[in-house]
Design a protein around this ligand. Structure first.
Ligand code: SF4
Length: 334
């Protein structure tokens, strides 16, 4: 199974119930308790978007975000969540609400926290890994980080934690390097899954780093074929895989991932900030959602990021029987 059974059933029932209700609904809450980070990746638009990275949410505000937003999955990102004082209380509060937590980390401090948290099927450490040693250390601008991250993944898994990785593909990324990493993680490290998605063309990032749609589709055709052939645990649903490889069109459903950060509830998505609102309800009412996505807004033209399109892939899969069956089989196998 790709995900723990209890979480799979919970999320499936949530989607079915919300679809019956007919309104827009989020699958994921992207919670940024702090924008501070202990590294400065060259591929990170966040560190360039915000002039001050000192702003932080209180623990109470973080937990309240989980109360306001019904999404069953909470991706705790940022910034580096493990530099946020009180992260263990945020995680405990979310677990109490039966949320499924994806705690994104560069793994610099992960080993310190293995005795702070307890393994729980609803808690996944998502370790940033942008390829094998050389490219990862280059993208993160931190020599030795790849080795630290791989050691932390092994230590966390040895203690019974669920661990996945998150890889962003840039223009300079060689597909062979990504496949080598997927092979290494699958066969030598052992991993619960790998997120692999293209980077977004932030205006704050060097445009030479990110790809056009045609460029990333070429790379993902190869990744899709290799993942299938070699049985890599790529955490991309069949519909999202086909979209990445340019085999089908997908509209963006930006409300599928809702972002809460120290400045408020921001929209339309994790990447674009056209509005900041005081509450979750105000964000849902305040954004003209239909004005976004490829074909609607120039900034969306080459976007295929995970937080924008994996929820829309899930919504699409729930809308027709063939994709429902394929997605269910994919979730229950491997
Ligand atoms: S296409 Fe990308 S940039 Fe545009 S709204 Fe969706 S997630 Fe945001």
């Amino acid at each position: 199974m790709k995900f723990p059974l209890r979480s799979t059933i919970q999320i499936g029932s949530y989607v079915a119930k919300q679809k019956r209700a007919g309104a827009r609904f989020p699958l994921v809450l992207m919670l940024e308790p702090t924008l501070a980070c202990n590294i400065a990746c060259i591929g990170c638009g966040k560190i360039r978007e915000y002039e001050s990275n000192k702003a932080r949410l209180s623990v109470e505000e973080c937990v309240d975000a989980g109360v306001q937003c019904p999404a069953p999955v909470v991706s705790i990102c940022g910034g580096e969540p493990l530099v946020y004082k009180g992260i263990e209380d945020v995680v405990a509060g979310m677990l109490e609400m039966q949320k499924n937590i994806e705690l994104c980390t560069n793994a610099l401090k992960l080993q310190e926290f293995l005795s702070v948290f307890k393994p729980n099927p609803r808690l996944t450490f998502v370790v940033h890994l942008d390829g094998m040693r050389e490219i990862h250390d280059y993208i993160c601008d931190y020599q030795g980080l790849w080795d630290l991250a791989v050691d932390a993944i092994k230590a966390a898994r040895a203690e019974g934690y669920r661990v996945t990785t998150n890889t962003t593909i840039f223009k300079e990324t060689k597909v062979e390097d990504v496949l080598q990493m997927m092979d290494y993680l699958t066969n030598e490290v052992g991993i619960d899954g790998m997120l692999v998605a293209p980077g977004y063309q932030y205006s704050q990032i060097d445009p030479n780093l990110t790809m056009t749609r045609a460029e990333h589709e070429q790379k993902f055709k190869i990744i899709k074929a290799a993942a299938r052939k070699n049985g890599y645990r790529w955490l991309a649903s069949p519909v999202y895989q086909e979209f990445l490889a340019g085999e089908r069109k997908l509209a963006c459903a930006p409300w599928g991932s809702i972002t809460r950060n120290p400045y408020g509830w921001k929209g339309p998505c994790y990447l674009l900030t056209d509005g900041i609102f005081p509450t979750y309800d105000a964000l849902l009412d305040g954004i003209e959602w239909d004005e976004y996505g490829p074909g609607n807004d120039d900034r969306c033209e080459h976007c295929a990021i995970h937080s924008g399109f994996e929820p829309s892939a899930a919504f699409e899969a729930a809308s027709n029987l063939k994709d429902t069956v394929r997605s269910t089989v994919w979730t229950l196998t491997g």
